[in-house]
Design a protein around this ligand. Sequence first.
Ligand SMILES: C[S@@+](CC[C@H](N)C(=O)[O-])C[C@H]1O[C@@H](n2cnc3c(N)ncnc32)[C@H](O)[C@@H]1O
Length: 242
Amino acid sequence: MPKKDNIFDAPIEQVKQFAFDERVASVFDDMIARSVPFYDEVQSLTSALMAQTITPSQRIYDLGCSTGNSFKAFLERIEQGPARELIGIDNSPPMLDRCRERFVELSKHKAIFLQEDLGKLELKPCSVVLLNYTLQFVEPSLRPEILSKIWQAMDVSGAMIFTEKICHSQEQIQDLLTSQYYDFKRRNGYSEMEIAQKREALENFLRPFTMEQNLLMLKDAGFHHCEIILKTYTFATIIAFK
Ligand SMILES: C[S@@+](CC[C@H](N)C(=O)[O-])C[C@H]1O[C@@H](n2cnc3c(N)ncnc32)[C@H](O)[C@@H]1O
């Protein structure tokens, strides 16, 4: 059982900006499962894509890998098939510590975890790139360049899975989706105080784009075949082909 997230369950005098620090890393798996609708489904889709996409380089990147849930889902799914090189990138040392502890013994696959900032991304040729719930934390002006570097590194029939929190430009729709999303969190055991304090901590740290902005940014980076494969409340998963 993952350790329970109770980071925001007592009143905090001055809420600080959210950080992927040791405290968050220690409860991350519980936090994301209770905060992100269809998180397990996204991992399942992601692992299916990793298993099905066979291209020359056989290298898979997970950008913003956190505790390595996507690689875990992938390794549980595949038994056969060629050996893959799995590279997890994250800028949070406590998150990477968890990945390194988790993937010590691998049969034929190779997994490495690198502490890097996506703003200074260097990628080798690759089959699949996962960019799930991460670009939303990157300074908006740096996002187009990151997508462009991913597109350039991908093999010809490679694919990217891109999941983000999405905002809506129409206020009424945004309010409806947000209220339904908070209801989802309540149903998962979060109190009003936890929801409010976490929202304050994420303000100006998680900066979502609209679906239109994300799709345009993908197109401008070179991804001409994009499909929204999952959309729930304020989150969307897009598959983008080179
Ligand atoms: C919500 S988590 C991603 C979850 C993960 N992809 C999954 O599917 O379970 C966001 C991660 O992105 C990392 N991150 C945020 N900004 C980053 C940046 N500029 N460079 C690299 N990693 C970043 C954080 O440390 C955190 O682990």
